[in-house]
Design a protein around this ligand. Structure first.
Ligand SMILES: Nc1ncnc2c1ncn2[C@@H]1O[C@H](COP(=O)(O)OP(=O)(O)OP(=O)(O)O)[C@@H](O)[C@H]1O
Length: 612
């Protein structure tokens, strides 16, 4: 572990442990509020900062939990510890229901819907007589732990901050895991996740429920610290304040939740003290002050306070990355079908985009252990064909058989999990993640440990296996030395190769590569060719779209040629090269170009005629 990081952590823990001895009652209560708010902001750092889903309704979850425990302990006389279970159950169920209803909404609709349910839940609290309507519920019992009452804020302080510490540790563990990589990949669309066998909606829903449960723990602590609940601390204004905390601290880092909560609450208290000295309209001015802070942050400091700190300290306190792969047994491998048996069969595939027929009644087969090239001029429909057979896009008609089973209409992730791994014409990597993490994503479908296991570090064996596999694939493509660099720092050609490593981490039966050699230099192309031949020798089947005719002709066993959405011909490279129709399709001339020369097709629109 990084020594300065350990020392920093020890200092923070020591300061927090000693703080109640140095502070008065007001200071301790303020730190209690900061700790409780930090739990909510922590959920928002994960949900919004990492997962990219903005929520203006987090205070509602705090409220559900606070009211749940308040009602159960006051009206029903149960212990606050039963109240905790009830509060978490209710918050979790509410988050699941709300998430199922709203998380599929794209763009601005999700944040808008969070405002809607945030408002309605707060209104509900104010209008339910059993919950004391607008007056709320009072006389909530204090917590008792091991026979010791925590009625005193100083006693509560330690419980709150131990819970904050455990929550941060849990979230930190999650982020360094299989689930965490999926969560970190949510930004940038669902297709990449589906291609590695993950369900982006499920990942987002789980994250949403986790963030709500963190808010739920905060609500439970709030109720038993303040011993009184009323609707106003759980309305949309409070939600915005929580979001402000996460943004102010730094949405990209877990510590940002604590720093942001401290910043906002200290500032709020300072304004409450200072403003009345100058004006009687302090409350209104306070809101204006926060609005200005929000605007300044969004304009000048999107990475928040922790973003500045990270830059100043130049990563001195950052986690030390392993320079070597961990020692771990290899992940179980798939059984590959016997060489020469039918692996993939595409029958009468049709894809229409409105009036444009991008793929028109195309059929072909791929046998296990061969490399098949899918070639054709620009706009011939090759990438669309790949999208159809991998399940990335639905077919208009036709069918696909993979490993002897009909996979037509199956979801992309289901097909991926059956052993079909792909790369994309427009590279789909996560540029803000390291090379190692990008490749490790590929093994998602081969592994199983979930978020809970990750948070509790019960996934370490599997995680070591995933990392060992990712290192192995990076080594295979010659990028192991750069394992901890960000994928976005690679040139585009190398990013394509990184996509292949990610696909290989899935241990595929069929590797579907869309223009893998584009942007590579001659030597890199040779290395890529060698890698693909080696994979074929190992029994992996490869289907490849490639424009570099020299590269593809030397590599493949067979070619399928498409033109204007239809199949023009198929056969061994020599026969295809000699085919006059193919020569006519390419530049109106022969395809046997000089070595290393790329056949440049004239860009043209594949207006394949109106739909029948
Ligand atoms: N989502 C879409 N909506 C509408 N038209 C599309 C869509 N995707 C592809 N097309 C059209 O379908 C046709 C085939 O495109 P496709 O990308 O499959 O060709 P390609 O052979 O892969 O071309 P290239 O070699 O240039 O990548 C093109 O005319 C393209 O504009």
């Amino acid at each position: 572990m990084n020594r300065p990081r350990v020392i920093l952590l020890a200092v923070v823990v020591a300061v927090l442990a000693l703080a109640p001895f140095a502070l008065g009652n007001f200071g301790v209560s303020l730190l209690n509020d900061i700790g409780i708010s930090a739990l909510v902001a922590l959920g928002l750092v994960l949900l919004t900062g990492v997962g990219g889903a903005t929520s203006f309704g987090q205070a509602a979850f705090v409220g559900i939990a606070a009211y749940a425990t308040a009602w159960l302990t006051t009206a029903q006389g149960y212990s606050p510890w039963i109240g905790l279970l009830f509060a978490l159950l209710l918050t979790g169920v509410a988050a699941l229901a709300i998430g199922l209803l709203t998380l599929r909404l794209g763009g601005h609709f999700l944040p808008l819907s969070t405002i809607a349910w945030g408002l309605s839940i707060a209104l509900l609290f104010g209008n339910m007589q059993a919950l004391g309507s607008h007056t709320g519920l009072s006389k909530i019992p204090a917590l008792v732990l091991g026979g010791v009452s925590l009625a005193d804020p100083r006693a509560m302080y330690y419980l709150i901050w131990v819970v904050v510490g455990l929550a941060v540790l849990f979230c930190y563990n999650v982020l360094q895991s299989r689930s965490g990589r999926a969560i970190r990949s949510l930004r940038g669309g669902a297709i990449l996740l589906a291609s590695v066998g993950a369900d982006a909606f499920r990942v987002r829903l789980t994250l949403f429920v986790l963030a709500a449960l963190l808010a739920g723990v905060a609500g439970w602590l709030y109720a038993h610290t303040n011993r009184f609940v009323s609707p106003s601390p759980f309305d949309v204004r409070a939600s915005i304040e929580y979001l402000l905390m996460a943004v102010a601290g730094g949405l990209g880092q877990l510590s940002g939740a604590i720093v942001g909560a401290a910043l906002v609450l200290v500032m709020k208290n300072a304004l409450q003290d200072v403003l009345p000295m100058f004006t009687q309209r302090g409350g209104e001015l306070q809101a204006v002050g926060f609005a200005i802070l929000f605007l300044l942050l969004l304009h000048y400091a999107r990475a928040g306070l922790m973003g500045f700190v990270t830059r100043w300290t130049r990563g001195r306190f950052a986690r030390k990355e392993a320079a070597q792969p961990p020692q771990a047994p290899p992940l179980p491998r798939r059984e590959l079908p016997a060489r020469g048996t039918k692996l993939l069969g595409v029958r009468n595939a049709v894809k229409r985009f409105g009036g444009l027929v991008a793929v028109n009644d195309v059929s072909f087969e791929v046998a296990a252990g061969e490399i098949v090239g899918l070639i054709g001029p620009n706009g011939a429909g090759k990438s669309t064909m790949f999208n159809l057979l991998t399940g990335t896009a639905p077919m208009t008609s036709g069918s696909v058989e993979f490993l002897g089973e009909d996979v037509t209409g199956l979801q992309q992730r289901v097909i991926a999990n059956r052993g079909m791994a792909r790369t994309f014409q427009h590279v789909k990597l996560r540029p803000h993640m390291t090379l190692l993490d990008n490749v490790a994503l590929g093994a998602h479908g081969r592994t199983h440990k979930g978020l809970m296991a990750a948070g509790l570090r019960l996934d370490r064996r599997e995680e070591a296996q995933i990392m060992a596999e990712a290192w192995r694939q990076l080594d295979r493509i010659g990028l192991a030395q750069r394992a901890h660099e960000l994928a976005g720092s690679l040139p585009l050609g190398t990013q394509r190769i990184l996509e292949i490593a990610r696909a290989l981490a899935a241990d595929p039966v069929l590797l579907v590569l869309d223009e893998p050699a584009a942007g590579l230099r001659r030597k890199e192309k040779q290395e890529l060719g060698e890698l693909l031949r080696k994979l074929r020798a190992e029994g992996v089947t490869i289907l490849i779209v490639e424009h570099d005719m020299d590269f593809v002709m030397k590599l493949v066993d067979r070619l399928v040629v498409m033109n204007f959405g239809s199949k023009l011909t198929e056969g061994v490279p020599a026969a295809v090269r000699a085919n006059p129709d193919v020569q006519a399709a390419y530049l109106g001339g022969p395809v046997n170009t000089p070595p290393a020369a790329r056949v440049e097709e004239p860009p043209r629109k594949a207006a394949v005629g109106a739909a029948a």
